[in-house]
Design a protein around this ligand. Structure first.
Ligand code: LP5
Ligand code: MN
Length: 245
């Protein structure tokens, strides 16, 4: 799509869901290829245990990004809570740029804050504690030196602990904290915020610094693909159908 900037997040791609991978690859071929830029705001993969995990899926995804960036559409990636172990090696293979966890971009003249969105969920104390620990550089360094089979076992363990922990949390705790949203928007001096993570697609209108502001939330790709299309004319949250099995 010409003269547009595209945003996606929470694709949770895995070998178990070829329909989602097919929808993503079609999106890359049909929509992304002539856009001004593509931003992937985290949780591209169901989970990642390091760039040295070679798989058909990782190869296909990297090739799709590379083709896109080589055709002139830059691809930017922000880590999610499931794929924060995606590193420079994958980024190089995919021809994409890794952005920091919070980034202000110029979107057709509008300064816009983009992020995965998990850092806004500050009421989820258990998650925030876990997040801090798993971002320790030395722990990641050690983790990456374990054999892949061990790492897979640890990832499985974390995934089941997380699933069990989520059962005891109410929905509100797992959503963004409104004061934190406003605090971050003030801090980065923006009236527009785009994020994913909560899987609750919506365009929220709010007031920041006594001026109207908006928070745009991308949806996941489990039942349909959620795409935010931004142009100089405005923003539109769109859906892409998954191919029939
Ligand atoms: O992803 P989602 O939406 O289902 O749930 C998230 C939070 N859960 C997670 C965990 C991921 O789903 C699984 C990630 C696998 C990564 C593998 C790589 C490991 C690399 C290690 C590098 C050092 O993010 C969930 C939130 C929810 O979003 C809503 O916001 O609530 O958080 C939790 O449930 C976390 C629990 O509260 C605490 C889990 C304790 C796990 C303890 C393991 C100790 C880790 C030690 C590391 C070696
Ligand atoms: Mn997430």
């Amino acid at each position: 799509m010409k003269h547009t900037t595209l945003f996606i997040a929470d694709l949770h791609l895995s070998a178990d869901r070829p329909d989602m991978t097919a929808a993503f690859l079609r999106f890359m071929r049909e929509d992304a290829k002539d856009a001004d830029a593509l931003y992937v705001l985290g949780d591209l993969f169901e989970f990642s245990i390091g760039d040295d995990e070679v798989s058909a899926l990782n190869g296909e995804v990297a090739a799709a990004f590379l083709a896109c960036s080589q055709q002139g559409t830059p691809v930017y990636f922000i880590h999610g809570n499931r794929d924060f172990m995606v590193g420079r090696r994958f980024a190089r293979a995919a021809g994409m740029s890794l952005l920091p966890e919070h980034k202000v971009i110029d979107l057709y003249g509008e300064p816009t804050l983009v992020m995965h969105g998990d850092t806004l969920c500050i009421d989820d104390a258990g998650y925030q504690r876990y997040r801090r620990v798993t971002r320790w550089g030395w722990l990641q360094w050690l983790f990456l030196r374990l054999p892949l089979s061990y790492r897979l076992g640890i990832a499985d363990g974390i995934r089941s602990k997380s699933t069990a922990a989520k059962e005891g949390k109410v929905m509100q705790v797992m959503d963004v904290n409104q004061s934190e949203v406003e605090r971050q928007m003030l801090r980065y001096k923006v009236q527009t915020l785009i994020h994913g993570h909560t899987h609750r697609p919506a365009i929220h209108h709010l007031s920041v610094n006594n001026e109207s502001a908006r928070r745009i939330v991308l949806g996941d790709w489990y039942t349909q693909g959620s795409v935010l299309v931004v142009s100089a004319q405005g923003v539109e949250l769109q859906n892409r159908a998954l191919p029939q099995a």
